[in-house]
Design a protein around this ligand. Structure first.
Ligand code: COA
Length: 322
């Protein structure tokens, strides 16, 4: 069985920054309330006409450059997104076309904020079977396009972005383990109650906007992020003490802090980009990974624990040696 290891990371945030001061002018809120409850100070918002595929392309080119390989060396693209440019074709196929690496499989994965973790798990299994030698794994979302800017309980949280990694077949891990979960019973705690088959319109009854029961999501998220971390560590004979860097889904500063505390992991060993990124959905984990790789915190051979949690609910973790 082949192992899969990361040979390059990349990230991209759109230019436009939306600060809490900007939000104070748009909705009934205060910058202090947002920071205290979420830790978010600013988030990036895609420009009109700028799409998920645009963000994904920037992040992917940076990851390819960091890996020192050409796009034609990629034989699989798996892309996590909930906000594709089109109903079809997938963002992954359009990304493949733009990068110029035709012919190999390319597809999107819809697991909301867990999209990147799902994509990593899938790509590593392609590599394990020998079907793939080098995979481009992307998390990209323009979540602000499905945010109701009049709903102060949700619009404060989300931002746009993309992150990518290049995985390559290797003799040793690399990815030590990855685990995915889902439970559809929680659908209405965090969802967009509209869709292709059930129909869209712009009325409040059937709007294509995120709806969330925030405090309920909060509780499940904290519990779940702790559980999956313990599950994957225990299964591999490790504890939190073995983890150099925890990279959780960047949902909310309080969720991150509570997760680290419950795991007994010092917050200094957790990558936290919530303040400047907000929740970028599937992009959040690979963006945080890329930030910490590029600023030198993450070093080769460090043990990383990546965690995702999102609508569905979906959740999962990837344990790896960088
Ligand atoms: N500014 C000011 N007040 C706000 C507000 C805002 N932006 N948003 C909500 N409020 C108000 C509410 O209306 C409510 O007022 P009320 O008591 O008069 O009804 C009060 O603040 C408390 O609301 P509540 O929703 O209970 O707050 P909270 O402490 O749970 O914080 C969230 C709200 C959204 C920040 C929090 O629940 C959260 O982060 N949840 C997890 C969300 C998440 O991470 N989702 C993605 C997972 S992938």
């Amino acid at each position: 069985m082949n192992h899969a290891r990361i040979i390059g990371t990349g990230g991209y945030l759109p230019e436009k920054v939306l600060t809490n001061a900007d939000l104070e002018r748009m909705i009934e809120t205060t910058a202090d309330w947002i920071v205290e409850r979420t830790g978010v100070e600013e988030r990036h918002v895609a420009a009109p006409g700028e799409t998920t595929c645009d963000l994904a392309e920037h992040a992917s080119r940076r990851a390819l450059e960091a890996a020192g390989i050409e796009a034609r060396d990629i034989d699989l693209i798996v892309l996590g997104t909930t906000t594709p440019d089109h109903v079809f074709p997938s963002v992954a196929t359009q990304l493949q076309h733009r990068l110029g690496c035709h012919g190999g499989p390319a597809f999107d994965v819809q697991a909301v904020c867990t999209g990147f973790v799902y994509a990593m798990d899938i790509a590593r299994r392609f590599i394990a079977t020998g079907a793939t030698r080098r995979a481009l794994v992307v998390g990209a979302d323009t979540f602000t396009r499905i945010v109701d800017w009049q709903d102060r309980g949700t619009c404060i949280l989300f931002g746009d972005g993309a992150g990518a990694v290049v995985l390559e077949a290797a003799d040793e891990p690399g990815i030590i383990d990855s685990r995915l979960h889902a439970d559809g019973r929680y659908k209405e705690l965090l969802w967009v109650p509209a869709g292709v088959s059930s129909g869209y319109d712009r009325t409040r009854q059937n709007a294509a906007f995120v709806e969330m029961r925030g405090s309920e999501v909060f509780k499940v998220a904290v519990h779940t992020l702790k559980e999956i971390a313990e599950q994957i560590l225990t299964a591999n004979g490790m504890t939190a003490a073995d983890v150099n860097w925890l990279i959780p889904h960047q949902a909310n500063r309080r969720i991150l802090a509570a997760t680290a505390k419950r795991l007994g992991l010092p917050e200094e060993r957790m990558v936290d980009c919530v303040r400047l990124h907000g929740n970028t959905s599937a992009a959040s984990v690979p963006l945080a990974l890329d930030v910490a790789v590029r600023d030198g915190r993450i070093q080769r051979d460090d043990i990383l624990l990546l965690e995702g949690f999102g609508g569905g609910f979906t959740w999962g973790a990837v344990l790896l040696k960088y």
